[in-house]
Design a protein around this ligand. Structure first.
Ligand SMILES: C[S@@+](CC[C@H](N)C(=O)[O-])C[C@H]1O[C@@H](n2cnc3c(N)ncnc32)[C@H](O)[C@@H]1O
Length: 208
């Protein structure tokens, strides 16, 4: 069992995986495909793909995270419906060149928008709009600012520490995200308040 200790581990992922899973239970349809952007330690990818065997789960990240994924596969074995790791930078139009599938029922991302610069976030939101099927959903989990206000003092401090380490990072404004996505034909259909002052925003692409 000491083997498992070497796996990349995020305590936050362990805490939020069940609240997020409950949202996915409500939002995911039967027999569909999902792309996770920015899988990090790959904890969510392994956990959710096991829990939702009807979902073909594509795990994408841009760099080091691949090694995390492969390590997890070696120790735990990847379920058949978990595909990856795919090197994607969801801000680059060539991102999906190594995937056969170019459009998804669901695109899910957790704790990535405050890591990306705002310019990268804009590209990611455009990416989401472009690579979702008609009626598909974009699920964005993390902390957000609403009407210019942090939802907690801890999020305010977190934002300060992010900006101190890199001024391009920072907690994003919900209204700005919504405005960008509305222009891409996506509307907010639900917002879940989850533990630790995080939210899951659920946008849906209009049916064409
Ligand atoms: C803070 S970690 C979050 C990881 C995981 N989703 C979680 O909740 O713990 C951010 C992840 O997003 C990835 N990332 C950041 N910008 C990206 C981009 N433009 N395209 C793909 N992945 C990106 C990073 O490599 C990193 O693995």
């Amino acid at each position: 069992m000491t083997f498992n200790l070497s796996l990349p581990h995020s305590p936050a992922c362990e805490r939020n995986q069940d609240p997020i899973k409950e949202v996915l239970e409500k939002e995911l349809g039967p027999q569909q495909n999902l792309l996770e952007v920015g899988f990090g330690t790959a904890q969510h990818a392994f956990y959710f793909s096991r829990f939702f065997p009807q979902v073909t789960y594509f795990a994408g990240d841009r760099e080091q995270a691949h090694i995390n994924f492969l390590q997890r596969s070696q120790v735990l074995g990847a379920p058949d419906n978990l595909k990856g790791p795919y090197q994607i930078t969801a801000t680059d139009e060539t991102v999906l060149h190594n995937l056969d599938i170019k459009s998804f029922d669901t695109i899910y991302t957790a704790n990535t928008l405050h890591i990306m610069s705002w310019k990268e976030s804009l590209s990611f939101l455009k990416f989401g709009g472009d690579h979702l099927k008609s009626g598909g959903k974009l699920l964005i989990y993390g902390p957000f600012v609403f009407e210019g206000k942090f939802t907690s003092e801890s999020n305010k401090s977190f934002d300060e520490s992010l900006r101190l380490s890199d001024p391009r990072m920072g907690i994003r404004s919900f209204e700005e995200i919504e405005e960008v996505l509305q222009r891409k034909g996506l509307s907010l259909i639900r917002k879940y308040d989850l533990p630790a002052n995080n939210q899951m925003l659920v946008f849906q692409k209009e049916e064409s």
